[in-house]
Write a protein that binds this ligand. Structure first.
Ligand code: DGP
Length: 112
């Protein structure tokens, strides 16, 4: 499959990894929008949040179960934001489900 994040998950494209296990991978965003900007992905291809189902939602739960330890590892002791962009209006550019973890400063309240 021609998917950038599948290639990163497979190790075919290098990334600055901060966490990995057999189901998920976290790595630093190539174009950081905050002092700390990490992406968390399932190794299995899920196109977006709109493709989450009862059959694959355990992977999403796994990601959220790992987010606190990932945040701690990258030094986000004072809070952070978790975002997933979905589809055209959500400005999703990579069509493999990923959660942005942003922090390292006081973020703005504007979400839109
Ligand atoms: P989104 O716009 O929500 O689909 O976010 C995609 C993010 O992926 C964007 O913040 C930039 C990041 N990104 C794109 N290509 C690469 C890459 O090759 N390596 C890394 N580490 N991040 C990438």
């Amino acid at each position: 499959m021609d998917c950038l994040f599948c290639k990163i998950a497979a190790g075919d494209i290098p990334s600055d990894k901060v966490y990995e296990d057999n189901q998920i991978l976290a790595f630093r965003d190539i174009n950081p929008q905050a002092p700390v900007h990490v992406l968390v992905i399932p190794r299995t291809h899920i196109a977006s949040a709109d493709e989450v189902t009862a059959d694959n939602s355990a992977l999403v739960a796994r990601i959220f179960a790992c987010i606190p330890q990932i945040a701690k590892k990258v030094g986000l002791a004072n809070g952070y934001r978790v975002i997933t962009n979905c589809g055209e209006d959500g400005c999703q550019s990579v069509k493999h489900l990923h959660f942005h973890i942003l922090g390292g400063k006081k973020l703005t309240e504007n979400m839109g």
